[in-house]
Design a protein around this ligand. Structure first.
Ligand SMILES: Cc1cc2nc3c(=O)[nH]c(=O)nc-3n(C[C@H](O)[C@H](O)[C@H](O)COP(=O)(O)OP(=O)(O)OC[C@H]3O[C@@H](n4cnc5c(N)ncnc54)[C@H](O)[C@@H]3O)c2cc1C
Length: 226
C-alpha cells in the first residue's frame, strides 16, 4: 500500500536559522499544527504520550522516539529517509563533548551509525527553507504502518538552489540520485537515475524504487493532499 507525505516547507520564525528538533521543541510544537515549525504537518507527524515531563519522550506513529529511530538506523525507517532528504543534522553529546553530523554522514549503513560508545543523540537540526521550498515523501509498504519496501524523498528549494531526490529503504544508507534538479524539472529520466545509482538492487527492487521515485516527484509537482 503506498503512502506519502508532502507539502510546503516553510517557517516564518527566525528566517535562515535551522529548526532545532530538540525533544523540548518537538514536545511543544509537533502536536500543534499552528505553532509547528513546519505548518501543515510537512514532516512525519509526531505525537506525545503522557509521561512526567522529566521523562517525556517524543514518539512517532509507532509509539517510538525519533532519536531511537535515527540511532537504530533501519534503512527502511521513515525518519532516516526524511531527515536525510531534508538535510537535517544530528546533535550528539558524549564523553568528548558535543558534536554535530549531517544525517548523510551519521547513518553509515544498514543499522549502523557514527555514534561512538557513550554518545547520545540530543537533537535534530533541520535547515529552514525559503517560502517556495516544497518536499515530498513516498513509501511502499504492504500494510499501513509497516516498514517501507521502497521509499523516496524529494526536496526542491529553488531560492537556495538546493534540490534532492533520495532513494531509501534500499538495505543501506539512503542514496542521493544524480541530477536532482533535472529529475524535479522533468528533464532527467527517473528510471535511468535509479538504474545508474542503485546497481546493487535486484531488477524487481529497482523497478519498485523507480516507481516510488516517480510518485514522490509527481506528488511534489501536484501538491496533492497527503
Ligand atoms: C512492527 C514494527 C513496525 C515498524 N514500522 C515502522 C515504519 O513503518 N516506519 C518507521 O520509520 N519505523 C517503523 N518501526 C520502527 C519503530 O517505529 C522504531 O523507530 C524503532 O523500533 C525504534 O524504537 P524506539 O524509538 O523505541 O527506540 P529504542 O528501541 O528505544 O532504541 C533503539 C536503539 O537506539 C538507541 N537510542 C534510543 N534513543 C537514543 C538516543 N537519543 N541517542 C542514542 N541512542 C539512542 C537505543 O539504545 C537502542 O539501541 C517499526 C517497528 C516495528 C517493531
Amino acid at each position: 500500500m503506498p503512502g506519502r507525505r508532502h507539502g510546503p516547507y516553510r517557517s516564518k520564525r527566525c528566517p535562515g536559522q535551522p529548526v532545532n528538533l530538540s525533544e523540548e521543541a518537538l514536545l511543544r510544537k509537533s502536536t500543534d499544527d499552528r505553532s509547528s515549525p513546519f505548518p501543515g504537518h510537512t514532516y512525519p507527524r509526531a505525537t506525545v504520550i503522557g509521561m512526567p515531563s522529566a521523562v517525556k519522550r517524543l514518539r512517532n506513529e509507532r509509539q517510538a522516539t525519533i532519536g531511537g529511530s535515527i540511532a537504530h538506523a533501519d534503512p527502511a525507517a521513515d525518519w532516516v529517509a526524511t531527515m536525510t532528504g531534508l538535510g537535517a543534522s544530528v546533535r550528539i553529546l558524549g564523553p568528548q563533548g558535543p558534536r554535530e553530523l549531517p544525517m548523510a554522514e551519521f547513518v553509515t549503513g544498514a543499522l549502523s551509525t557514527a555514534l561512538e560508545p557513550g554518545e547520545i543523540i540530543t537533537a535534530l537540526r533541520v535547515p529552514r527553507r525559503s517560502p517556495q521550498a516544497r518536499w515530498s515523501y513516498w513509501k511502499f509498504c504492504r500494510k499501513t504502518g509497516e516498514f517501507a519496501k521502497a521509499s523516496a524523498c524529494v526536496l526542491a528549494d529553488p531560492e537556495k538552489g538546493d534540490y534532492r531526490v533520495l532513494a531509501a529503504a534500499i538495505e543501506r544508507a539512503p542514496v542521493a540520485l544524480p541530477d536532482p534538479q533535472g529529475l524535479i524539472e522533468g528533464t532527467a529520466d527517473p528510471r535511468g537515475a535509479v538504474e545508474a545509482a542503485l546497481p546493487f538492487l535486484s531488477p524487481e527492487r529497482r523497478a519498485l524504487q523507480a516507481t516510488a521515485t516517480i510518485r514522490a516527484l509527481d506528488a511534489l509537482k501536484s501538491g496533492a493532499a497527503a
